[in-house]
Design a protein around this ligand. Sequence first.
Ligand code: FES
Ligand code: FES
Length: 161
Amino acid sequence: MSPSISLTLNGAKRDVALDDPRVTLLDLLRERLALPGTKKGCDRGQCGACTVLVNGRRVNSCLTLAATLDGAEITTIEGLAAGDDLHPVQAAFIENDAFQCGYCTPGQIMSAVGLIAEDRAGEDLERIREGMSGNICRCAAYHGITLAVRQATRGSAGIKK
Ligand code: FES
Ligand code: FES
């Protein structure tokens, strides 16, 4: 019998059978749970494209075995907006031109949400850059990304999601 795990995924309880106990959270999300917003870049923990929140903390889902997540709360990029209302970090990315091709953007946004919740970068651009340094952007949209994170930090009282 396949092992199974129970998750709270973007606010909804899910029981998930793991056909392969070695499956990563990234592959589970994209290939089994129809949530392709989380991107696969390097698949080895180097680019941050696969960043999601597990129990409120940023993780590289490509390095996380799904089998270790029984009982966990997972938030992906699909879980941020409330209907047509963008999450403030998503809105800040648009307002600050913080992407070009957009491939890294879900991971950047999830990392930014996690960083703001960690409350350790504040509005200091250098510290924001350091806090976001695990997320690579091949289009080099870093300036806009940094400004977007600072803007979202300024309005962060209500966005600790
Ligand atoms: Fe996970 Fe690159 S795909 S860090
Ligand atoms: Fe293209 Fe970042 S916007 S990789």
